[in-house]
Design a protein around this ligand. Structure first.
Ligand SMILES: [Fe+2]
Length: 329
């Protein structure tokens, strides 16, 4: 028997969660991140993150310490191995892009730092300065992207593993003896990792497509050509608009996303305007797939608009005929 819903009390009673996108995205109101979160409010925010995968908390004129304190409610903060960070607060990354410092490698679909053995479970971004035009961020629900695949493809990829590599970060090292030595040191510290293609979310049990074009270089136990073709097919799932949510930033928005179930893409259309964000990430666990027995995997949802399904504009008769043809194969 499911537990009856308990009505929130105290400060948590003022918290509202509004769904924004069909498969991901929710806005949370009635939360003040300049104050420590009480347990009940934290639970509402935590559950909204797992359920909606990306949560937006607007109007948060907070300090970096308050942002870090919010992150620490979810777990230990992690330190990015390549991004420049503050000396006294290495967990904080200031992303300050402008004419002299264009954004680097953020306009590729990815889940953060998946080249690591234990990639961060979530990222929290706060907008400080936003361009007048452009600079949106897009997220894709990789649970919806997985659920929308046909049974046959799902059966084929369940249980497969892929290789994740530091990829684009190599370009940060100059082509000098010191630069090459620095790169080799980083390659030793962060060797390629093997992660499941289909990751089971440790809280919800939902399966998510975990491969991404920024860090995934090959599928194990496949020829290079098979691997490239399969990865191309799976990468394209994130590009499907139906599984996406796009945010037009305003200053003082706090957005938190679940790296276990989403990918994101920072739209690089605002150069040379300035865009300044502050970011913290929370340590995650080692990704596991189906059969790991950690949680019961949730069955796939019926996705309303399957990109590869029969086109509704064909008309009912044609669609039925098409479905019959597929079923007869
Ligand atoms: Fe990112």
């Amino acid at each position: 028997m499911p537990e009856p819903m308990r009505a929130a009390t105290g400060r948590a009673a003022a918290v509202e969660v509004e769904q924004l996108g069909a498969y991901l995205g929710a806005e949370i109101r009635g939360v003040d991140l300049s104050q420590p979160l009480d347990d009940e409010t934290f639970q509402i925010v935590h559950d909204a993150l797992v359920e909606h995968e990306v949560i937006l908390i607007p109007d948060q004129d907070i300090t970096v310490d308050q942002q870090m304190a919010f992150g620490r409610r979810f777990g230990e903060l992690s330190i990015h191995p390549f991004s420049p960070n503050l000396k006294d607060k290495p967990e904080l990354i200031v992303l300050d892009y402008n004419e002299g410092n264009p954004a680097f490698a953020t306009d590729v679909w990815h889940s953060d730092e998946t080249f690591r053995e234990e990639p961060p479970m979530a990222t929290i971004l706060r907008s400080v300065l936003v361009p007048k035009v452009g600079g949106d961020t897009m997220w894709a629900s990789m649970t919806a992207a997985y659920d929308a695949l046909s049974d046959r493809i799902r059966n084929q990829i369940d249980g497969l593993e892929a290789i994740y590599d530091i990829g684009p970060f190599r370009r940060l090292f100059p082509d000098t003896p010191e630069g090459r030595a620095g790169m080799r040191k980083m390659e030793d510290l962060y060797p390629p990792q093997s992660h499941p293609i289909v990751r089971v979310h440790p809280v919800s049990g939902r399966k998510a497509l975990f491969v991404n074009p920024q860090f995934t270089i090959a599928i194990k136990d496949m020829s290079e050509r098979e691997s490239r073709m399969m990865l191309d097919l799976l990468f394209r799932q994130a590009e499907t608009p139906e599984y996406q949510f796009r945010l037009r930033w305003k200053p003082n928005m706090v957005v938190m996303w679940d790296n276990r179930s989403t990918q994101h893409y920072a739209v690089h259309d605002y150069y040379p305007q300035r865009r300044k964000m502050e970011r913290v990430t929370i340590k995650g666990d080692r990704p596991f797939g189906i059969g790991a027995g950690r949680v019961a995997a949730a069955p796939p949802r019926a996705i309303r608009n399957v990109a590869s399904g029969p086109h509704t504009e064909r008309g009912d008769g044609q669609a039925r005929q098409f479905q019959r043809l597929i079923a007869e194969e």
